[in-house]
Design a protein around this ligand. Structure first.
Ligand SMILES: Nc1ncnc2c1ncn2CCCCCNC(=O)c1cc(-c2ccc(F)cc2)cc(O)c1O
Ligand SMILES: [Mg+2]
Length: 214
């Protein structure tokens, strides 16, 4: 039977990168997506913005919503200090199976916990199931119509603290208008837009960075 795009992406990682070398995994995925098959990773241009936000923050507790093949998981985890933890939620079991192998190939499995399931189901269980008090950094990259409800859910579950940073992918393409309106107008957030491009294309896209003010 025909392979899937995530399966072909994993093969490209195993063929063109070095096990235990996260940077080579990132480069192999970017090369595959630019020259073979487009895939919905945050990509190298927005990925550099993601890197700078993470490096500046040095977060201990990170939540990623939407793992896909683990590209942004690897980008974030490779920058985390020893002892820091990244929990990443993936709804699609096939994506999760590939992401586990990409994360393991990069040698980052000790920093990452991949959880299969819907964000709406797992966010309320973060405290009791993972012993998480609050998150320092949240990367939103899952269903675009879940950004706003899940942000409100994280607020209600007390998972955000004064200074928690939310970074949202795709705020222009595919777009998250309700989420943008909320974080840009709410007195509980200080928000700013990083203009960029849709991964591997010339189309406009960008990241919205929103600091929770408590
Ligand atoms: N834990 C959870 N809970 C709920 N849903 C969950 C989940 N975990 C996963 N999902 C389900 C997310 C499915 C992937 C979400 N990402 C996207 O849909 C996405 C689409 C584009 C795109 C842009 C232009 C185009 F022409 C076509 C596609 C680009 C991107 O960077 C994207 O991130
Ligand atoms: Mg995205």
């Amino acid at each position: 039977t025909k392979s899937t795009r995530p399966q072909r992406l994993l093969k490209a990682v195993q063929k063109h990168s070095t096990r235990g070398d996260p940077q080579s995994v990132i480069s192999a995925i970017d090369h595959f997506c630019r020259h073979r098959e487009w895939a919905m990773n945050v990509g190298d241009e927005k990925g550099s913005i993601l890197d700078s936000v993470v490096s500046e923050l040095n977060p201990e507790k990170v939540l990623e919503l939407g793992t896909y093949c683990g590209y942004s998981t690897v980008r974030i985890a490779r920058l985390l200090p020893p002892g820091a933890r990244l929990i990443t939620l993936e709804f699609n079991a096939d994506y999760a199976a590939i992401a586990r192998q990409v994360i393991a190939w990069a040698g980052l499995e000790d920093k990452v916990q991949l959880v299969e399931g819907a964000s709406g189901d797992w966010i309320p269980r973060m405290k009791e199931h993972f012993g998480i008090e609050t998150f320092d950094f949240v990367f939103l990259d899952h269903w675009k119509d879940r950004y706003l409800p899940d942000t409100k859910l994280m607020e209600d579950c007390g998972l955000l603290r004064k200074g928690t940073v939310l970074l949202a992918d795709n705020v222009i393409c595919p777009g998250v208008p309700d989420y943008l309106e909320y974080v840009r107008n709410s007195l509980s957030y200080k928000s700013c837009y990083f203009k960029s491009h849709l991964e591997y294309t010339k189309a406009e896209d960008g990241l919205e960075k929103s600091v929770f003010l408590g």
